[in-house]
Write a new protein. Structure first.
Length: 198
């Protein structure tokens, strides 16, 4: 299986790139976010890859980060979402923002994606929310394992997820607890519910 491609960029288009690796041109479908990380034609690029085999075709997908490739894998595991729709969803913003939207239950974020309706976007939240929230919380705990301040850990976690420091403080206001994971989860729920009311 092809897990990564490194080589010279031969073609750079809005929905795909072609990379010459050892004399073979690999065509990789990419999201708009990954395309931002691909250098100009003639320069060297490195992309993580996912090969998807169908009855009538082989398709190669390229990703600027392992995190994006992992989220792609999670998205195509959701019923009703194929690789092309998953790439469109990944084009909707940085991976961290998309993970945060899933963790916060922000289904509307995905309804804007062509090919994803209300029911499918809700299915994304239902099927992926716990996985994503658990992974984000674990990452935050690991990053701050050397400190004893759970509130500080939760605040740092929100900042790492892209919230401004003041916004992180506001989300934590009124939330009680001495466990960083629970504080972070409660803050993300609060963010999700305030967004759905907006």
């Amino acid at each position: 299986m092809i897990a990564a491609v490194r080589g010279e960029v031969m073609v750079r288009r809005p929905d795909h790139v072609v990379i010459d690796a050892g004399g073979v041109g690999y065509r990789l479908a990419v999201s708009a976010e990954t395309l931002k990380a691909v250098p100009a034609t003639g320069r060297e690029a490195f992309l993580h890859a996912e090969l998807i085999s169908r009855d009538d075709s082989l398709a190669l997908f390229g990703f600027a980060s392992e995190e994006e490739r992992d989220l792609f894998g999670e998205l195509i595991s959701v019923s009703g979402i194929g690789p092309k729709v998953a790439l469109s969803a990944l084009s909707g913003g940085p991976v961290r923002e998309l993970l945060r939207a899933i963790a916060a239950g922000d289904a509307k974020r995905f309804q804007a994606v062509p090919g994803i309706g209300k029911r499918t976007s809700e299915r994304i939240i239902v099927e992926l929310r716990e996985k994503v929230a658990g992974a984000l919380e674990e990452e935050v705990i690991m990053a701050g394992a050397d400190t004893d301040d759970p509130r500080g850990l939760a605040r740092d976690g929100l900042v790492n997820l892209g919230y401004a420091p003041l916004e992180a403080e506001r989300l934590l206001d009124g939330i009680e607890g001495d466990d960083a994971e629970q504080l972070l989860a409660a803050a993300l729920r609060k963010a999700g519910s305030s967004r759905s009311k907006a």
